[in-house]
Design a protein around this ligand. Sequence first.
Ligand code: MN
Length: 287
Amino acid sequence: MRLCRFAEGRLGLVDGDRVLDVTAVLDDLPSYRYPLPTCDVMVAELARLRPRIEAMAAKAESIPLRGLTLRSPVANPGKIIAAPVNYQTHLQEVRTDPTLHHNNPSHQVTIHSAGLFLKATSSLAGAGDGIVICQPDRRTDHEVELACVIGRTVPRGSDPGGLAAIAGYAIGLDITIRGSEDRSLRKSPDSYSVLGPWLVTADELPDPGNLDLALAVNGEERQRANTRQLILGVADLIALASRFYTLQPGDIIYTGTPEGVGPIVAGDRITASISGIGSMEVQVRGH
Ligand code: MN
């Protein structure tokens, strides 16, 4: 199942080049009053909603995918976890390029000692939202990454059970200002965590450890790799994260970027793709 969010709060089931509008299923979500849950309530209820979505799709309005403004398929993640330097090839380019590492010692080590970091949830954007450059006088880079979305609560310190905790996958863009400041500052401006184009449920992608990923800017390829080259695979990352955090439905894990990161500027058009998920075009804007 491929679920997208589009326009203003609409939910769609992607069917080829069409989208079936299943927004009405959101009426089945529990109603909440303050304080609101700290997880994404749609992802939390997805297993229960799924048969309703499939039944509704049979008679849903069908809309051409082209032209829709795609939002982040997860609206309200409790946290966005990200892996630094998780491809050997990216580590090598960072080590040899001072414009990437800025003598920041945390850029010199592998994920085994660098651990994980968090991006602000307010940085989340969909493919149709685009990226708004925050600091136009500074170098801002693209990073294409496989993103996985947690589907159930994994209490901190418990066994996450490999891939069993995953609701689905999407393409992630971890947009990054280069510089000496902490990652959480440089990678969290509004729109610097792109997620899209939709959520592919885990049953459609049984092996996230063998996916081709690629990114082009204005049609020129910049990054191409396969997730088998990850230093820590998806299950390893979930295990690492769950040693520190209780994982909740809707939490997103950006798994790290391969080599080929490079600058983007306003006016650029990014095309990112991952096999088994699809591709998305993301516009880079100045404001
Ligand atoms: Mn990254």
